[in-house]
Design a protein. Structure first.
Length: 292
């Protein structure tokens, strides 16, 4: 774990990037993986954050092509190959990847050393919706098709990756992840960068009266777009700001997965449940500015 005083992070910005695959990666549909990332963060800290698109993998329809979830009926060999391509594109060790079985809850697992990856990975497979990593080279991957991907990075290079569906938002999983990360590293919450990836926006997120009332009660009227439509982004921002995050350090990618129409990202609601899953991925390489 690194000191909270190691660096003042650059203000977060997400941009599209193309990450070349090594020559050893043959029999793929593309020579690169396309994802949205923060290059300034990577240059400063060695932390690679990435929201992947659906392009660059080997899965066949309806999971085409870079489906990263092994839990939705896709061919296991294709998913394994896709994850290998992902790790290769970002220079991560596949053996040090933690991917939970997501259960739409608020459980978060933590990893403080690469030696603990097998144990933590097994805990994550028992059901979790967040991973906090305090050490270099260990990566975290969570998968999405409308829910909100959240990545939080503190100044020392430790990070959290969170899956926030409406239940997770209601359970304040992002707030818990920020508080957990800062408690362990002693980083001030207002110095952490928060990235919100592509997700269903209020224009398409229609909910029933019970869910609507819960959100208004917990997060205020600002999260109610209109009668029956809830804004998950605003609810997340409310809980993150309450935990001490800085508004200028919350970076929202701004993409609606339903409005996207399947061009870049998967949408469960758009396809009535039959589709792949894009990913939120993070890793800190030990050669970054922040030491191991």
């Amino acid at each position: 774990m690194t000191s909270k005083t190691a660096l003042r992070l650059p203000i977060p910005k997400l941009r599209e990037g193309r990450f070349a695959l090594p020559d050893s990666c043959t029999q793929v549909t593309s020579s690169y993986i396309r994802a949205y990332t923060d290059e300034a963060l990577f240059a400063a800290t060695g932390v690679r954050v990435a929201f992947t698109t659906r392009d660059g993998g080997v899965s066949r329809p309806p999971f085409d092509s870079l489906n990263l979830s092994p839990f939705i009926g896709d061919d296991e060999a294709c998913v394994a190959r896709n994850k290998s391509l992902l790790c290769a594109a970002f220079g991560a060790q596949e053996s040090l990847l933690i991917q939970p079985k997501q259960v739409h809850g608020a459980r978060i697992v933590e990893c403080s050393h690469s030696a603990y990856v097998p144990q933590v990975a097994q805990e994550a497979l028992e059901g979790a919706d967040g991973v906090v990593v305090y050490c270099p080279e260990v990566s975290a991957l969570l998968c999405f098709a409308d829910c909100v991907p959240v990545i939080i990075v503190e100044p020392g290079g430790c990070f959290a990756v969170v899956h926030a569906g409406w239940r997770g938002v209601d359970g304040r999983i992002a707030q818990q992840a920020l508080e957990m990360l800062c408690a362990r590293t002693q980083a001030p919450p207002h110095e952490c960068n928060v990235y919100l990836g592509p997700h269903i926006r209020s224009c398409h997120f229609e909910v029933g009266p019970e869910v609507m009332n819960r959100f208004v009660s917990n997060f205020g009227l600002g999260c109610l777009a209109d009668q029956g439509h809830v804004d998950l982004r605003i609810a997340l921002e409310v809980q993150l700001l309450e935990a001490g995050a800085s508004a200028e350090r919350i970076c929202d990618m701004g993409t609606c997965t339903v409005c996207d129409g399947g061009e870049e990202f998967f949408s469960y609601r758009l396809t009535q449940g039959t589709c792949g899953r894009h990913g939120a991925f993070a890793v800190r390489v030990s050669s970054g500015t922040v030491g191991a």
